[in-house]
Design a protein around this ligand. Sequence first.
Ligand code: NDP
Length: 455
Amino acid sequence: MADFDFDLFVIGVGSGGVRAARMCAQYGARVATAEEKYMGGTCVNVGCIPKKLFVYASHYHEDQNEAAGYGWELGSAEFNWPRLVENKDKEINRLNQIYKGMLDQSGVTHFEGRARLIDAHRIQVGDQLVSADKILIATGGRPTVQDIPGQEHLITSDDAFYLKSLPRRILILGGGYIAVEFAGIFAGLGVETTLAYRGELFLRHFDDDVRRMVRDELDKKNIKLHFQSCVASVSQQLDATFVATYEDGRQVETDLILAATGRRPAVADLGLDKVKVALRDNGAIIIDDQFRTSESNIFALGDVTDRVQLTPVAIKEAMCFASSQFGGVDSKMDYEDIATAVFCQPNIGTVGLTEAEARSKFSDVRIYLSKFRPLKHTLSGSSEQSLMKLIVDNESDIVVGIHMVGADAGEIIQGMAIAIKAGVTKTVFDSTVGIHPTAAEEFVTMRQPVVSAAG
Ligand code: NDP
């Protein structure tokens, strides 16, 4: 080990890279990191954090309208997009400094610049050449755009965080997390929003009741939903607006087009051709359950491996990596029952199996479903509804899926995820006293299974 400059060199200081670097350093390893862009990676700079701030921003208009039912006369409201972006940037800058400080305090040596592998133990960053016993690739992913005529007119979620002004109209392509979240953000900020998805119904990997509920709720917010609509080309008109043409010839005129059609592992120009790191067809680095690539001293984790593209997953993977490689405790990542939230409006919170997955895994399942108008909206005038769904394996009584659409679903599902991890049964739900009046109490008061369409 002593022959190398460092015990570990981490390429990329996003959520996974920073956690791995800090923990390995705490275990006594001599650690270096390299980053060419910004501290904190996608989550801090062009992902979870600014997205959630924008979601908050987009909600105030609705809140103001709803306040009237509660007796508030608030007058007219003005929204200032540049101020939001400026304030968001200030906060992100603060977080960048915190990330830098965390690395410094952990004794990690940080290199600014693009890191490229020279061979399995040597890394070039700018004009510096360093060596490391182990290398960890945590470079994350980048948004993709479709390969269609006019693709140069498409922006991605990275760009959406830095728009100089808000468009009057936006067309969002895709039907995953980013598409529905940005649809809610732009619609809430007063932009005429259209979402175009290539399939019958968006949010493909989510429970069908959740998907239908979100469709209905976005519809109520006047978001135009174009399903079975795959954009084949985009052209710019003389007045700088755009026309998107679907495969069947239908056209949409708009001022901005956001492609939210997935993200690819960031593996370009890393020098991977100099080492034996095997990739999947989509560029994802292939790793074993110890995050080891096919080059035995090179490891990878987080979005660059395209397992589960979620910040907390990358962080947990980083902790497993650090503990196994430098902490002396063999530790494996558990990918079962990972809870997730989609910050569309209202939010989705989900953990465990969808009804379709449960039906294919278990011979008999019970479904509990509740759709209701939240107490807040009895006076607010909003027609927004909430949905809660429990999926139970009938034989064992174990709850195998919990789903929610509604305000604060992400907050509520976090606790449910602990219960699922603990192997909770429906009987335990039934014996739990609710908190009144909350939406969450509905989870412990659903007594009667429903006959589901899929059942
Ligand atoms: P997703 O993989 O979630 O969704 C991509 C969407 O684009 C799908 O609806 C997909 O359709 C569609 N699509 C893919 N290729 C094409 C194409 N060539 N033409 C038309 N449509 C296409 O990706 P996102 O970009 O939304 O997000 C990336 C990941 O980042 C997410 O999977 C998630 O893990 C993470 N993320 C998490 C968030 C959170 O935790 N709240 C927020 C944002 C992102 P189809 O379903 O038919 O394949």
